[in-house]
Design a protein around this ligand. Structure first.
Ligand SMILES: *Cc1c(COP(=O)(O)O)cnc(C)c1O
Length: 337
């Protein structure tokens, strides 16, 4: 019933960094089937960004969203500052700008972390496909998960995941995956892993596989709870703008300022004031407090809805909002554009 955890670094003449292990292969088969392509497992989500960059020649132009995971932005910033390529920064919802971008690679993250903006993947892939020298289109599907969105069927060339988040689902591992339907690209990504050496751990691959088994159930339950909490947050006088994609576990909402948001985080008792997301325990974080997130509104809270009882979560939020006080946020909050 269960794939064994295979810790071997060599199996006869096979060497794991090059040839993989049965545990990695089981995870890759499962995620590949879910996304509709060939998957390669890496040590972390960020390792997949490095592997994708490894596909490009020096000097290649990469278009990236103005809002995206901070670690991903750090990789692209470093790439640019080190003189390895040019980075174009595009507003997530500016479909025209994405479609017209003179770039070798489009890095689409949708919905974006932390502000939950959408990128119209299908419109952009349709627009660029006709072009000569069409850019490679990569989608970070971490927030939507393979349950919420299939970027390859929307025309993307490569999907990447931080399986650290929803695929793992229990805040107990770091792992990343790339998936592509093009065998030549899959081989190049695997080569990038062999050369780069960012291989997943045996236990991590096994835990990710175990997490994957309950992903549809966790996704459905968190979506139900998140929809309920979104409706109540929208109706609450102390809460400003609320963004929720309509399904999935992520909510972004705003309090009037950083101070109010910090006070809310301190007042919560069930929802953990912690970084990261996608686990069975609900977590909340004021992202602007972190280095590299100065573009995020000061009062914005990124809320990852777990599997706790929905009414317990609401009581925790409502009590903490009371503690922060009704500050007529609707009129004063910076709004997410
Ligand atoms: C966390 C995250 C990553 C990075 O993944 P790690 O597993 O932390 O390396 C990439 N993209 C998104 C959207 C993320 O949330």
């Amino acid at each position: 019933m269960n794939t064994p955890i295979v810790p071997a670094s060599s199996m006869g003449l096979d060497y794991s960094r090059e040839d993989g292990t049965p545990t990695w292969a089981a995870l890759e088969d499962a995620v590949g089937e879910l996304e509709g392509g060939h998957a390669t497992a890496f040590a972390s989500g960020i390792a997949t960004v490095s592997a994708v960059l490894d596909l490009l020649p020096v000097g290649a132009v990469i278009a990236v969203p103005t809002d995206s995971y901070t670690g991903t932005r750090a990789v692209f910033d470093h790439h640019e500052h080190a003189g390895r390529g040019r980075i174009l920064r595009v507003s997530p919802d500016d479909t025209e700008a994405w479609s017209a971008a003179e770039a070798d690679l489009l890095w689409l993250e949708s919905p974006t972390n932390p502000s939950l903006h959408f990128i119209d993947i299908a419109a952009i892939t349709a627009a660029v496909a006709a072009r000569e020298g069409a850019p490679l289109v990569v989608v970070d599907n971490t927030f939507a998960t393979p349950i919420g969105q299939h970027p390859l069927s929307l025309g993307a060339d490569i999907v990447v995941h931080s399986a650290t988040k929803f695929i793992g689902g229990h805040s107990d591992l770091l792992l990343g995956l790339t998936v592509t339907a093009e065998p030549a690209l899959a081989a190049r990504l695997r080569d990038a892993r062999t050369r780069g050496g960012a291989t997943p751990g045996a236990l991590e691959a096994w835990l990710a596989l175990r997490g994957l088994r309950t992903l549809p159930l966790r996704y459905a339950e968190s979506s139900r709870t998140a929809a309920l909490l979104t409706a109540r947050l929208r109706a609450h006088p102390a809460v400003g703008h609320v963004r929720y994609p309509g399904s999935g576990a992520m909510i972004a909402f705003e309090l009037p300022d950083a101070d109010a948001a910090d006070r809310l985080c301190s007042a919560l008792r069930l929802i953990r004031h912690a970084t990261s997301l996608g686990g069975v325990d609900s977590t909340i974080e004021r992202r602007a407090a972190r280095a590299g997130e100065s573009h995020v509104p000061g009062g914005l809270l990124r809320f990852s809805v777990g599997l706790e009882d929905p009414e317990d979560l609401w009581r925790d939020l409502a009590d903490a909002l009371d503690a922060v006080g009704d500050t007529a946020a609707r009129d004063t909050a910076e709004t997410i554009p």
